[in-house]
Write a protein that binds this ligand. Sequence first.
Ligand SMILES: [Fe+2]
Length: 449
Amino acid sequence: MYVAYMIIRDERHVTEAVLAETGRADDPRLAEIVRALVRHLHDFAREVRLTEAEFDASLGLVARLGQLTTPSHNEVRLMAGTLGLSTLVCLMNNGTEEEPTSANLLGPFWRQGSPVMSNGDSIVRSPTDGPPLFFTGTVVDTAGRPVAGAEIDVWHASPVGLYENQDPDQAEWNLRGKFFTDQRGVFAFRSVRPSGYPIPTTGPVGDLLAALKRHPFRPAHVHAMVYKPGYKTIASQIYSHDDPMLETDAQFGVTGPLIATYQRHEAEPAPDPDVTEPWYSLDYTFVVEPGEAWLPTPPVSAKAGTKDQAGPKADAGADAAINESRLSHTRYFRSVPPVGQQPLPQRPPAGRAEGGPRRRRHWRRRRGRHRCPGRPDHGDRLAARIAAPVEQGGLARAAAADDRHQFPGADRQRHLLQGDRSGFRSLTRLAYLDRRLHADYSAGPGQPG
Ligand SMILES: [Fe+2]
């Protein structure tokens, strides 16, 4: 029944009216959640005195989160992680301060239906460069007893920083697999050591990171989901102990118990006799609590660009844009020529828009060396900075003196990928550079590096 209080008098009254409309819900938990949401949402708008233009922009942002979410990309989950909400919800529901949990945020890259494999099998399904990794996991309950017959879904990014669903160069289900624990609670598989990676930055998440001057990198990790009826399902991530991004993860996922040593072996025989190069081992024990087993909604369900990919036609455009951004990383790491041999920028075809003597002069100059808008000497300074040994502090000094304010966020990342002439070949190296720049940014404007 509706009553006269819904003729809204003022800004306070609108909140009361909306709250009063939650009373008819059959589900008391739903009513509780909606009431709290309305209260906090209205209080938030009041606290920041949200303007109409800001409200308009906010609605556009939320709409874009949905529009960019496709069967092979999940911008909504990415934003939840970027705001720390995924980790908050995980920690509220798993473990305690005295008994830290093995659970971690699910992330936007889990696919349901990984091929079932036998212990010790390799999850490398197409040629994937990188040092071999032998993972041995053990699942125990809170009393330390082995949990046999648990399903373990594992997935991780390739050494170029892409999950198979993002990368047409990888076979479907590459670096993904499902295993079962034996009577000792143990499962094992072979893979390649993963790399850290930048999260996709072409959508609202990237815009937010850029506006906040946050870098987009995650430290290297292996994902695992442990499922067994009678135990609370956990998604977990095992982070590499030596990754430079551990303390500044763009998704706020790293907790102490989830940092593990990726042990390097130089001359010891590997579990598989075909391995002759240095290899890594990683051992980890997952603790599961008694509780209800459940499966989350898969954030993605298909590999980009495959015929399996369902969804509205508009998704294809969004996917193409996202994949173009992600693939720019792949191309970079796979094909950067040695120092001094990078292709020079190509002159655009002559035409009305690009032609004219002024434009041609511009391209002649540009072919001579890398240039940045507003900082004609930046290309040389950037090269000098990158060339200077990091351990001598050259990178930090030049970064502070040079471009702290020139390339915030995603622009800076793009600039590094496109403009650097040093021939970096490893994501870790680029991540390190980005971390140093990030540290300088964090020092604030005008601070010496
Ligand atoms: Fe991940």
